[in-house]
Design a protein around this ligand. Sequence first.
Ligand code: AKG
Length: 360
Amino acid sequence: MTTTEPHPSMGLDSLGVSTSAGSFSTEKEPIRSLPVIDFAHFRTNKELCAQEILQASQDIGFFYLVNHGISQELVDEMFGYSTRYYTKPLSYKTAHIIGRENYGYTGLQDEKLDLAHEEMDMKECFNVTKRSIDDASTKSFTLGDPAAQEKVGDFFKSLHELGLDILRCFAIALKIPEGAGGQSYFDHSHKWEAPAFTTLRFLHYPQQKGDPRQPLAGSHSDYGTITLLFQKDIPGLEVQASRTHPDVPWVPAPVIPGAILINIADHFQIWTNGLVKSTKHRVMYNPLQETSSRYSIACFMNANNDIRLEPIPSPMITQEMRDEAVEFEEGRNMTAGEYMKWRFALTYKFDELEKTQAKM
Ligand SMILES: O=C(O)CCC(=O)C(=O)O
């Protein structure tokens, strides 16, 4: 991985974020901001870094990572490809529409992340999976530019590497015994070469007139292990602050230039019997969108399809904690791959998408 300049921590308070994960106390006080963790500590003090990451994941399930080693130049290039792709007409984009394998294009109102609501999401997305990096769909995303297609693949792989380092922190903090793999415990279940629904997603919320109370992406938790999110220019993401403080229901997740926003997803909550939180989040309409589009890039890191969603061997995970994990209990007897297919089937109108594909 290439390195970035150290992140200037000045001014973070004004963005509504906190610079210490340790300042949160689980569910005693309402949580009002998201922690920022300096990943430079991963190289100098792994134990501290691991503790900060676990604490944030127990408290709210979200944290910003700075000094993470992903070059800003590369991130900017990715946003450039995304901007270029979304200027193309709908007929170009629907030539590689999403299918059950989860790669390709999804249009406005094709996906509904909040199953409890009528409204479909007002966003369009392009998904790249490990198996689609070199194929015709990703070629269409990069407008046939082979160097750009290769860069998308390199970016995806470097996020996977970073994700593995974050998972090594979890293995340290969760005290996974050496006999079970120690700090490399999650390496086995998240192999780059293994079939998995790990996905790099380029999101676009088009310029539109709207209402600040209107979600453009409905409230949802992510389905896999962890998500790494890059935001650009226009805020809008909100995180469910607390499950027991309804008076402070949503915390803004502002755009912090150079930072990656990390969140825990369902598999991880299930593996830990609810010790770490797969927290709901949503994207709200921002008045800046009257004149500009909003772009973001998410990397959903998921376990190999054959990994079972059962508690991991950590002395910190007790049977009693299962009571808190009821939200995603349906997944308990599934493999990671089965769980992903089940969640996709609920969120996409696959039958209609397949009809569109058949007409192409
Ligand atoms: O666009 C964003 O900022 C967040 C997207 C998101 O939550 C998702 O795709 O799961």
